[in-house]
Design a binder for this molecule. Structure first.
Ligand code: PLP
Length: 293
């Protein structure tokens, strides 16, 4: 099955309530003013987290990145990590969500439209959407003329809403290059290539350092598969390619422009391991699962 990396329409179901600034309120009441600073200037940060069979995957790591993203935008969160952690678990309990997608967001609120963040109030909200993901998928990507933002322009380690204008310009099935013409990442996923059993992936700098990327690197190294992080330009030298991301997990890439990738051996192996890990069948990585109870 070929599909689009643009998965969000498939998870746009509603839930009963939203956690908003410390309170659980009905979905329809979780609204902001049109003069909200982040709506105008793109200075919100967010996370996408999955819950599988009642276990949240890598919650601590997602919250670490969420709070680091806030720091990058000089946001002082009115809620600490433990409060956001508890709010996510309580929201999952209240919603009865066993398989789903969790979306925390922090944004600069209704404090005027001056450019700059001083004195701007910060709001935090969390939504939980029921979703059980894809069954299987293959991607055809195209190298975009739109280049990825570079670290000279923005803080690339942060997951900032405004950066998605870059992804949207490129389109859902784009492969973006960095400002020097090296492979960076897909519009909303990281990318890996396979050559003679070794994994190659762009180093951090012009990419979001994805947690699924990190998971794949850890699994591969544990399984004795060499992983090389560095610059990638020539797409013709690889036998296999795949993307990684929380929402789309590990997706086989069968084509990038006129390069065809016929092999799927390493990708299938990693997909199988990943699915064992998120479903709690692999004891070695149990530490990554937080059960809602
Ligand atoms: C631009 C971008 N790169 C990479 C990723 C993958 O990150 P993660 O594996 O943490 O979901 C995402 C996913 O949200 C993304 O939006």
């Amino acid at each position: 099955m070929l599909y689009d990396l643009d998965i969000l329409p498939t998870i746009m179901k509603t839930s009963k309530q939203i956690w908003f600034n410390g309170e659980f309120i009905p979905w329809a009441e979780a609204q902001v003013h049109v003069m909200t600073h982040s709506l105008h200037y793109g200075d919100a940060v967010f996370e996408g987290i999955r819950v599988y069979g009642g276990a949240v995957f890598r919650l601590d790591d997602h919250l670490e990145r969420f709070f680091e993203s806030m720091k990058a935008l000089e946001m002082e969160s009115p809620y600490d990590r433990a409060q956001v952690y508890d709010a996510i678990l309580e929201l999952l309990r209240r919603e009865g969500t066993i398989d789903g997608y969790i979306r925390p967001i922090a944004f600069y609120g209704d404090g005027g439209l001056k450019v700059g963040w001083e004195g701007m109030p910060v709001s935090v909200a969390i939504g939980v959407l029921p979703w059980d993901g894809y069954s299987s998928s293959e991607l055809k990507l195209k190298v975009s003329d739109v280049r990825r933002f570079s670290p000279e322009m923005v803080k690339m380690d942060a997951k900032v809403s405004g950066y998605y204008v870059n992804s949207n310009f490129a389109g859902p099935n784009a492969l973006l290059l960095d400002s020097e013409g090296n492979v960076a990442e897909a519009a909303c996923a990281n990318i890996f290539f396979v050559q003679d059993g070794k994994l190659f992936t762009p180093s951090t700098g012009s990419i979001l350092p994805g947690l699924t990327r990190d998971t794949v690197i850890q699994i591969a190294r544990d399984e004795g598969i060499e992983v090389v992080e560095g610059n990638i330009k020539d797409l013709s030298v690889f036998q296999e390619a795949f993307t990684t991301g929380t929402a789309t997990e590990i997706c086989l890439v069968v084509e990038i422009d006129n390069h065809k990738y016929d092999s799927r051996e390493v990708t299938s192996f990693l997909q199988e391991k990943y699915s064992e890990i998120v479903s709690g069948k692999n004891q070695k990585y149990k530490k990554w699962l937080i059960y809602v109870d």
